[in-house]
Design a protein around this ligand. Structure first.
Ligand SMILES: [Zn+2]
Length: 279
C-alpha cells in the first residue's frame, strides 16, 4: 500500500494490458493514460479549476478532498438543499436543471472538467436553487464545503482564484437562455451533444432519447425523430443507451452558433501548471 497525500491506495499492473494503474481507497481505478498522473506528493487532476489554483491553495485544501465516482443519473442536489460538498468533475458531466411548475425540467448549465458544481456556496449560504443530476457518470473530486469556507475566511484572497470560472459559468447560462428561447430543437440537440462530448472521455455517450428529451425540455418522440435523421445522414450512430458522433463537422454544421460561443468559453478555462493533491 502507498500513502498518497494522506490517503491510501495501491499500484498494480492491468492484467489485460500491463498498463500501470493506481487504485485509491474508494476503489476508483485511475489510469495514467487518461491524463491522471501520480506525483511525489499527490495526484494531478484533469479538472481545470483545480489545476489553475496556486500550489499553496491546493495544499491547504488537499486534506478536505476526495476522489469519488458518480453514477449515471444520480442526483447531487435538489432545490433548497444545503450542500456539504463542492464537486470538481474529471470525467463526469453534470447538468443543472430548473424545474417548471408542471414538473418538466430544462437544463440551464452543463459542467464537466472545465468547472465546478456548488461553487457559489463558497460565497453565500442561500440554498441550492437548481436540481443537479449526473448526465455522464465518471470521476469527480469532492471538496468539503465547510473546510473550503474556513480557508477563505482565513485567507480571503483565495476566493479570487475561483472568479474566472464563475464568469465562465454565468456566460454559459446567458448563452443557454438564448438557445432555449430561440433555437430549434434539432440545433439544440446537436449543440448539447457536442457539449457533452467535449466534457467526457470515450467514443460512446451513455444517453437515452428520454434523457435527452428531458434535458432539452421536449417530448421524446421529437428527439427520436431528430436522432433518426442524423443517423440516416451518418452524423451520429446510436443503439440502446449509447450515442456516438460519426461526423464531427457534420454535427457542428447542424448545431446552432451557441456551440461555438460555448466552446470558446470552455477553451478559456485553461489549466495552469497542473497540480492537485487528492486522495
Ligand atoms: Zn443555440
Amino acid at each position: 500500500m502507498l500513502r498518497n497525500g494522506g490517503g491510501l491506495g495501491k499500484f498494480y499492473a492491468d492484467p489485460a494490458t500491463g498498463a500501470r494503474r493506481f487504485e485509491d481507497q474508494m476503489g476508483a481505478v485511475l489510469s495514467f493514460d487518461d491524463g491522471v498522473a501520480l506525483r511525489k506528493f499527490g495526484i494531478v487532476s484533469t479538472n481545470r479549476v483545480l489545476a489553475s489554483l496556486p500550489k499553496n491553495v491546493l495544499k491547504a485544501l488537499q486534506p478536505s478532498m476526495k476522489r469519488i465516482v458518480l453514477d449515471q443519473e444520480a442526483y447531487l442536489f435538489q432545490p433548497d438543499d444545503d450542500p456539504e460538498f463542492i464537486y470538481f468533475p474529471e470525467t463526469a458531466a453534470v447538468s443543472e436543471f430548473q424545474i417548471l411548475e408542471d414538473g418538466r425540467m430544462v437544463e440551464v448549465a452543463i459542467i464537466g472538467r472545465e468547472g465546478a458544481i456548488g461553487l457559489s456556496k463558497l460565497f453565500c449560504s442561500t440554498p441550492i436553487p437548481n436540481c443537479v443530476q449526473v448526465t455522464q457518470g465518471g470521476r469527480v473530486i469532492r471538496l468539503c464545503l465547510t473546510e473550503a469556507r474556513r480557508l477563505i475566511r482565513q485567507k480571503p484572497e483565495t476566493a479570487f482564484h475561483f472568479y474566472p470560472y464563475v464568469d465562465t459559468y454565468i456566460r454559459q447560462i446567458s448563452q443557454k437562455t438564448i438557445c432555449n428561447l430561440y433555437h430549434s430543437v434539432k440545433a439544440r440537440f446537436c449543440t448539447w451533444l457536442l457539449m457533452v462530448r467535449d466534457r467526457c472521455d470515450g467514443p460512446v455517450l451513455h444517453l437515452t432519447h428520454e434523457q435527452i428529451a428531458r434535458t432539452l425540455g421536449v417530448y421524446r418522440p421529437r428527439i427520436t425523430c431528430i436522432a433518426r435523421e442524423l443517423k440516416r445522414r451518418n452524423i451520429i450512430d446510436y443503439s440502446r443507451g449509447g450515442i456516438s458522433i460519426c461526423d464531427r463537422s457534420g454535427i457542428e454544421n447542424a448545431a446552432c452558433h451557441c456551440y461555438a460561443e460555448l466552446a470558446q468559453y470552455l477553451a478559456h478555462t485553461r489549466p495552469g501548471q497542473s497540480r492537485l493533491v487528492a486522495h
